[in-house]
Design a protein around this ligand. Structure first.
Ligand code: KG4
Ligand code: ZN
Length: 345
């Protein structure tokens, strides 16, 4: 079964072709990072226009790289939510057009659910152990999800304010680093400089399964400003203090994320953990999870599969037996709990 996966929920125009839910035949990602970097974040209108320009070349490239003709594709899968409405519309319209013209089944896929299915692409013959805990941490979401079976989800915890990726992006901005902030914070983070008064708060570390990052963001802004006033720094003149601030921020956020995964496993009796979303690409977070979450097997896909991609959309679609009608609309606020259990194989 060959599935074409289309992803345009945010700022990557991504199209992949996947065989039998796990074999990656092609994976094209046209990033808009450079376009949005000049604004310091994603501008929705600019994002949807960039998707319009990139999507057909991305489709051609995905088919060429896989050496597959569109007629040979068995199903067309596309993210229909959650995400930016204008961006989602571009992918959904391409999917509907292809499904209509080539008479292929059309499947709308939940973007957060698809991040979980990146793990099916990470390993050959991946066998999930249900129930499992999945943490999806991205630019728009930070959720701890109990997955009982394919399609059976319960959100155990989520952010009360900013998403983890959003917090990384804002912290990077404070330090004068570029967008997206997560990879930049990771690149600069170092504890080489010895300063003790920069420790950041770990919001809700000892309580429950929800997250809150806005207090950390404010504390980070205040400490950075007071350090900057005290010694006067900018990125070109004093990378050591910037690096130490980036380190402290990364330590705080990754400790919270790893601790909550561990707690969610204990709370639910899960037999496996899967971590996904752009923040799961963070090397320090991966290291912490490996050290701290030891009671069950943990799968974290390679960084290229943690960030948004079309392959996870196709992998997720492989496990569905429904198809959508040609009047499929986008659903920017779609929740993972909206998935009906009955629709799954
Ligand atoms: O999943 P994703 O590609 O898109 C969304 O669905 O939002 O996640 C993007 C987010 C951005 O906030 C970005 O800063 C963050 O993931 N990110 C990282 C890293 N790579 C991407 N955060 C921390 N460390 C990284 N290495
Ligand atoms: Zn995502």
């Amino acid at each position: 079964m060959i599935i074409l996966g289309i992803e345009t929920s945010c700022d990557e125009t991504a199209i992949s072709i996947v065989e039998n839910g796990s074999k990656l035949l092609s994976n094209v990602i046209r990033s808009q990072v450079e376009i949005h970097a000049q604004y310091g974040g994603i501008v929705p209108e600019v994002a949807s226009r960039a998707h319009v320009a990139a999507i057909i070349p991305a489709l051609q490239q995905a088919l060429n790289n896989a050496n597959v003709k569109i007629e040979e594709v068995d199903k067309i899968a596309v993210t229909f939510g959650p995400g930016l409405a204008g961006s989602l519309l571009v992918g959904v319209n391409l999917a509907k057009t292809l499904a209509y013209i080539y008479k292929k089944p059309l499947l709308g896929i939940n973007h957060i659910e698809a991040h979980i299915y990146s793990s099916w692409l990470e390993k050959d013959n991946f066998v999930p152990r249900f129930p499992l805990i999945s943490m999806v941490a991205s630019g728009g979401h930070t959720e701890l999800i109990l997955m009982r079976e394919h399609g059976d989800y319960e959100i155990l915890g989520q952010t009360k304010d900013d998403a983890a990726g959003e917090a990384f992006d804002k912290a990077a901005r404070v330090l004068g680093l570029s967008y997206p902030g997560g990879p930049e914070i990771q690149k600069y983070a170092s504890n080489e400089l010895d300063v003790s008064d920069l420790i950041m708060p770990r919001p809700l570390l000892r309580e429950g399964l929800d997250f809150s990052f806005s207090g950390l963001k404010t504390a980070f802004l205040n400490k950075s400003r007071s350090k900057s006033a005290e010694i006067g720094f900018d990125i070109s003149q004093d990378t050591k203090i910037v690096s130490r601030l980036a380190w402290e921020f990364q330590e705080a956020i990754t400790e919270v994320l790893a601790t909550k995964i561990d707690r969610a496993i204990k709370f639910s009796g899960a037999k496996m953990a899967i971590v996904g979303g752009g923040v799961a690409a963070n090397a320090r977070l991966r290291e912490r999870i490996e050290n701290q979450v030891t009671q069950v097997p943990v799968v974290i896909p390679r960084p290229g599969l943690c960030i948004d991609n079309g392959a996870m959309i196709a992998a997720c679609a492989y496990f569905k037996k429904y198809e959508h009608k040609i009047d499929l609309d986008v659903n920017p606020g779609l929740s993972i709990e909206d998935n009906p259990v009955i629709d799954y194989l």
